[in-house]
Ligand binder design. Structure first.
Ligand SMILES: [Zn+2]
Ligand SMILES: [Zn+2]
Length: 251
């Protein structure tokens, strides 16, 4: 199975990175809808695709407004958007408010609330067990874990990651952990103030959770890939990889 990092950045795009949008072409799943959402044109088809939103900060949802462009490039089937009820309501009433956007796309919004662990079964796709759990971030965010019969993936973005982070049990032993890493090691104060993490923090959490592989996402748009972010590895057994747009991770 593959996960393709269509956009690896956080907050706003820069010349190298769009904001978060990931696609699992063999599972029919899309994670978040940042500015890289337009790149889904190469993957979508007339089957049902499911989008899982972590929260509704604009860098994670603005791409939902690109629907009409996608539908001109490829024939789309049903698109189901999942998230907490209050977040989906915010998308409907604010992102797609008349003064902001001309025409609401035909998404089906499906609130997650009350089902912290459930099975997603759809024709033509492998059945997927899905868990979601709260993260520590201004306004709230949620992480996801996806389990199939023979592999697992966790997606954790827009969160702090203090020692013994509350979400740790949910990602324990996961095959692939996709985790935000907005700040380089040494910016712990700034990370705590803004609800994000540093590389040292995320590598420690990944190691504590026994994640088999770690890919770092939601990169600060003003950080240079070639400088601090890639050179400050915190010393951990978890092999980690800094994502770039277009990165394909087999797991
Ligand atoms: Zn973000
Ligand atoms: Zn956020």
């Amino acid at each position: 199975m593959r996960v393709i990092i269509l956009g690896s950045g956080g907050y706003h795009p820069n010349n190298e990175r769009h904001t978060l949008c990931l696609v699992l072409p063999e599972a029919g799943l899309i994670l978040d809808a940042g500015t890289a959402f337009f790149r889904l044109a190469d993957y979508l088809d007339q089957r049902r695709w499911d989008v899982f939103l972590t929260h509704t900060h604009l860098d994670h949802i603005i791409g939902l407004t690109y629907y009409w462009s996608l539908t001109r490039q490829t024939k789309l089937g049903e698109m189901v958007v999942h998230g907490l009820e209050e977040k989906l309501e915010a998308v409907r009433t604010h992102l797609f408010a008349d003064p902001l956007f001309p025409k609401m796309p035909p998404y089906r919004f499906e609130p997650l609330d009350g089902h912290p662990r459930f099975l997603l079964e759809r024709t033509g796709w492998p059945s997927t067990e899905i868990r979601y759990f709260p993260l520590d971030h201004p306004g709230g965010s949620i992480g996801y874990r996806f389990d199939w019969s023979d592999r697992s993936l966790a997606y954790v973005t827009d969160t702090t990651a203090r020692a013994a982070a509350s979400y740790l049990p949910h990602i324990r032993g996961v095959d692939l952990l996709l985790h935000e890493c907005h700040f380089p090691t040494g910016c712990e104060d700034l990370a705590a103030k803004t609800g994000h993490v540093t590389r040292a923090q995320v590598e420690r959490v990944a190691s504590e959770a026994g994640a088999k592989r770690l890919v770092l996402l939601h990169r600060n748009p003003i950080e240079d890939d070639r400088s601090s972010q890639t050179s400050d590895a915190a010393g951990t057994d978890s092999p980690s990889l800094v994502a770039h747009d277009g990165l394909v991770v087999e797991f």
